[in-house]
Design a protein around this ligand. Structure first.
Ligand code: SF4
Length: 308
């Protein structure tokens, strides 16, 4: 996009919790783009990956400032904006904080990209004003992660989380129910709870696996995992199974200060709370749902949409 544009580019997607934030695009698409369950950027018409220049991004911030002069939160996208480079990222972070009264600055980040930065460079991110990273953990099970080509391991995530904590940057993990399929769901959840217990992130955000099929609104390709399912190589989780996964996950977490939340409309059951304070309440809500007559539960599963 030309520097002369008077319309800022905005990230393709953002976390629901950033709905009020100033949305700033540092990169376009996802460079990795290999996760079997994903394919979201190509699906939404962003098949490649490009970095934007600092001048372009600052120009967008200037435009956004005119629209939202009192913005107090900002979010950097697309999938892995740190790939713009540490110098560019910190320059833009300082700039947005300089020109606007930003209190909270967050971004999406791949754990493997953060891991490559190591502790000293992660500290630079904090010094530049980054408060929180939204990381797609997806699973804590190495086999599930490998199968889905996530590109990180529990060991890498643990090291990265330690550096983030040391730098004072909050961690927001996304966990995908259903990622182990029907055959490996217990292992997926058990190992995920274990990794969350070991890292104690500030947030755990629950998502349910759903796959993009043909859509009249978008022309992009479907999720790669759909081919695996058609070939009998992945046995998808049932709706009820994903509710059982949520229950098991909450049961297996230690008394953490982590805030767990199902903050996406695709979730079949919505619970939220600080694990150490609200565990029983969250489990009671799930049990209440599971105690409904089967026909009611089935109607509910069919009524819950599958949306980006
Ligand atoms: S899950 Fe994240 S890293 Fe994986 S392909 Fe999708 S956007 Fe890229």
């Amino acid at each position: 996009m030309s520097l002369k544009s008077d319309i800022p580019e905005i990230p393709t997607i953002r976390p629901p919790s950033e709905w009020r934030s100033l949305l700033v695009r540092l990169t376009r698409g996802c460079e990795w783009d290999r996760c079997r369950f994903c394919g979201i950027y190509p699906h939404l018409g962003e098949p490649g990956f490009t970095k934007r220049s600092v001048a372009e991004i600052k120009h967008d911030i200037d435009l956004l400032k005119q629209i939202h002069p009192d913005a107090e939160t900002a979010f950097f996208g697309d999938a892995d904006p740190l790939l713009v480079g540490i110098e560019a990222f910190t320059e833009v972070a300082r700039y947005v904080r300089h020109v606007l009264p930003i209190q909270r600055l967050t971004c999406y980040a791949r754990a493997s990209t953060l891991w490559k930065l190591k502790g000293d460079k992660i500290k630079l991110l904090s010094d530049a004003g980054l408060n929180r990273v939204h990381i797609g953990l997806e699973s804590g099970d190495p086999e599930t992660l490998r199968y889905h080509r996530k590109g990180h391991s529990p060991k890498l995530v643990k090291e990265t989380a330690a550096w983030l904590k040391e730098a004072g940057i909050e961690i927001s993990f996304y966990v995908l129910l259903g990622l182990g399929g029907r055959d490996h769901w217990r292992r997926h959840i058990h190992k995920t709870a274990q990794l969350i217990n070991e890292t104690e992130p500030e947030f755990v955000r629950i998502r349910r696996l759903w796959l993009y099929e043909g859509d009249p609104h978008f022309s992009g390709p479907e999720s790669p995992l759909l081919g695996e399912i058609r070939n009998g190589l992945f046995n998808p989780q049932t709706p009820e199974g994903s509710v059982q996964e949520l229950k098991m996950l909450i049961e297996e977490l230690n008394n953490l200060s982590t805030f767990l939340v199902c903050d996406h409309e695709n979730n079949y059951v919505h619970v939220s709370g600080v694990v150490k304070e609200n565990r029983e309440q969250m489990l009671a809500t799930i049990d209440e749902f599971l105690a409904l007559p089967e026909t009611k539960r089935e109607v509910h599963y069919l009524a819950v949409g599958s949306h980006i």
